[in-house]
Write a protein that binds this ligand. Structure first.
Ligand SMILES: [Zn+2]
Length: 320
């Protein structure tokens, strides 16, 4: 067995146990209940163990959360269709925008593909990199425009009077944020399993993720928080009461720099409205109080498979 095969099998076994426990709470045809199945957390397509066979057209694949290029590791399985689509639909925007932000904040080592315009004339592609002592390094990709060579030579000979402009392209801001929501949702699935995602409150997230260009969720729950300590994981939001639910905190690592991301996720308490209706209404969220969630076996301990629902109900009824 290759390391990849081993990891896929381990994840299948873990989450299919969780499915056996949680599927009892779902109104599903008998053939889907109490069996060791794995539902892709994005499209909810059900797979039995044959879905691990990588020669199949529809199969289960390892998914890095966050994406590998941003420091993620294989954490869960998603079907090959959802896994492939995430790269093209939004992960590339997440990478591009994070790179652009690190570069523009002049973080040392931050680098970005750029288009360089020399003396308002030739345009040539290149890589710009922040070097020590506040210096900027530029690597011209000569083959992107061989005709620009005389202008480059002229620029180097007349460095003091020369001029160049850098055109830096980031990612689409909306898709950049949708990629963050996807990471948060998958982290909540990794922790709680089907007890979190198979609820009506999270349906809207899957709709938005599968239709990233549609305006389904207006405020995606991405918030700016100041942290005194370096924490990450899934936390329980207790206050303000109108946004009781969960908070995903995670890091994106790029060019050796860490950026912390905070995403609010809907709670599962009984209410007519979701977090997203509330966020749409409130212009300001105010101070968010959240607490740790005990590190228990939410996936395979049968008595804990509806824990995320219980946590949300408790936080909602007690409030602060
Ligand atoms: Zn899928």
């Amino acid at each position: 067995m290759t390391p990849g095969e081993k990891k896929r099998k381990e994840l299948f076994d873990l989450y299919s146990k969780n499915w056996i426990h949680f599927s009892k709470y779902l109104s599903l045809p008998k053939e889907f209940q109490g069996k060791g199945l794995y539902a892709c957390p994005m499209c909810l397509t059900l797979f039995d163990e044959t879905g691990l066979d990588q020669s199949k057209e529809r199969r289960l694949t390892l998914e890095d959360v966050p994406p590998k290029k941003l420091g993620g590791k294989p954490l869960i399985l998603t079907c090959n269709t959802c896994n492939n689509q995430s790269g093209t639909k939004y992960d590339s925007h997440l990478l591009n925008q994070t790179r652009a932000e690190n570069f523009l904040r002049r973080k040392e080592g931050g680098q970005k593909e750029v288009v360089i315009q020399i003396n308002n004339k030739s345009k040539i592609k290149g890589i710009a990199k922040n070097l020590p002592n506040d210096t900027l390094g530029i690597h011209f990709i000569n083959k992107s425009n061989p005709m620009a060579q005389p202008d480059i030579d002229h620029l180097f000979k007349n460095w003091n009077s020369g001029q160049f402009k850098l055109d830096i392209k980031g990612g689409n801001p909306k898709l950049f944020n949708i990629a963050k929501l996807r990471i948060a949702y998958l982290l909540a699935f990794a922790k709680f399993g089907y007890g979190y995602i198979m609820n009506w409150q999270t349906q809207i997230i899957r709709s938005q993720l599968s239709n990233p260009n549609d305006a389904i969720i207006e405020h995606l729950g991405i918030v700016k928080l100041n942290f005194e300590e370096d924490i990450s994981g899934i936390f329980l939001v207790k206050h303000p009461k109108n946004i009781v639910g969960f908070l995903a905190l995670f890091d994106l690592m790029e060019s050796g720099h860490k950026s912390k991301v905070a995403v609010l996720l809907p709670g599962l308490h009984k209410t007519d409205e979701t977090l997203y209706d509330e966020l749409k209404r409130s212009s300001e969220i105010g101070k968010i109080d959240f607490s740790n969630i005990r590190d228990l076996d939410y996936l395979t301990d049968e008595s804990l498979c509806i824990a995320p629902i219980k946590f949300s109900e408790m936080a909602y009824s007690t409030g602060i």
